[in-house]
Design a binder for this molecule. Structure first.
Ligand SMILES: *Cc1c(COP(=O)(O)O)cnc(C)c1O
Length: 350
């Protein structure tokens, strides 16, 4: 039997596994839920009729999400992580052979899902400073059916201002603009409020980062009501399980808790940025630069990414290694102190 050609280059996403004292590699929140809230959720889970299918629209979650972000629940589709949502969007709003613009470096899964959907990927390279040249992106979008990118960006930690996103949306009215705002809780240049104004705009959000629920697998697509109804019709009916729905609805209702955690993570990220900036200043031959983050992680440009990564790994600290740098997530104060002293030890001339 011959398998499809498109599978030949497929490689499984390779997250770091194994046990590490400090995990700063997956951009998760370092806050677990308060015990009291966990108990409350456990009680609610006990009430679930496990023999019944879950709510196909995830109504409670969608309403809590919409209330938290001050948008209409009629514009929200819940999915099994934004990863499922991306696949679903490509399969629903694009056809085989159409063109999708991506940028590089960016979240690597966009290209994988596009290839599986037999969509042609056109990649616009970022500049040396890792910023997107918006005029270049706008030009590429004139010949394309859709574009997808993260804002703020994983892995660069940099953000594109809202005004520039609006310029893109207005300059490419025939191109679907998919803005993945997985980290926008840590910045304030969202375009969530514009989905009903612009027919060609789709915004993605997730519970996996600032909301602190990577374990629950819940993501959202936000777009006008007409397209939302189409997407809801195209998805598999029971894509979000009943347990995750209970967890995410309960947590999204804790607006004060979420805002406090988010503020604290931003403070810790800025502290990490300051600590690494100091190392860049002291070891300019080893670390090229670190970018001012709009996310819960920093990106350090270095020609020695692989070497530093392996040394950190030996010390029980997991970060993410890229060809030209390291992505390091903000952890607790204690984890950060460990990381910085370990980095110092690695960089110090022996
Ligand atoms: C982490 C991340 C996601 C989240 O995916 P989920 O499937 O919701 O966990 C999506 N986009 C980007 C850019 C991310 O970094």
């Amino acid at each position: 039997m011959k398998l499809p050609e498109k599978l030949t280059k497929l490689k499984a996403y390779d997250p770091i596994t194994g046990s590490y004292a400090v995990r700063l590699d997956a951009n998760e929140s370092y806050f677990d839920l308060p015990q009291l809230l966990k108990s409350k959720i456990a009680d609610q889970i006990e009430q679930i009729s496990f023999n019944r299918y879950p709510d196909p629209i995830a109504t409670e979650v969608v309403e809590a999400f919409a209330a938290y972000y001050n948008i209409s629940p009629d514009c929200v589709t819940a999915g099994n992580g934004s990863d499922e949502i991306i696949t679903l969007l490509l399969g629903t709003f694009m056809e085989k052979g159409q063109k999708l613009v991506t940028v590089s470096p960016d979240f690597s899964m966009y290209g994988v899902y596009a290839s599986l959907a037999e969509i042609e990927v056109v990649t616009v390279q970022k500049e040396d400073n890792l910023q997107i040249d918006m005029d270049k992106l706008i030009a590429a979008c004139q010949q394309a059916n859709a574009v997808v990118f993260s804002n703020p960006c994983n892995p660069t930690s940099l953000g594109i201002p809202r005004s520039e996103i609006i310029r893109l949306i207005e300059s490419a009215p025939d191109c679907l603009i998919i803005v993945d705002e997985a980290y926008m809780d840590f910045w304030d240049e969202t375009v969530l409020d514009l989905v009903c104004k612009y027919e060609n705009l789709i915004v993605l959000r997730t519970c996996s980062k600032a909301i602190g629920l990577a374990a629950a697998r819940m993501g959202f697509a936000v777009m006008d009501q007409y397209k939302t109804n189409l997407l809801r019709a195209a998805k598999s009916p029971y894509n979000c399980d009943a347990i995750s729905q209970k967890i995410c609805a309960a947590v999204l209702q804790e607006q004060d808790l979420l805002r406090r955690c988010c503020d604290e993570i931003i403070v810790q990220t800025q502290r990490l940025y300051a600590g690494i900036s100091e190392l860049v200043r002291r070891y300019p031959d080893l670390l090229e630069c670190v970018y001012p983050p709009r996310t819960n992680f920093v990106f350090v440009k270095t020609a020695y990414a692989r070497e530093i990564f392996e040394q950190l790994e030996k010390a029980g600290i997991a970060v993410r290694c890229f060809p030209h740098g390291l992505r390091i997530c903000a952890g607790t104060r204690r984890e950060q102190t460990l990381l910085l002293s370990e980095l110092e030890r690695i960089l110090m001339p022996s």
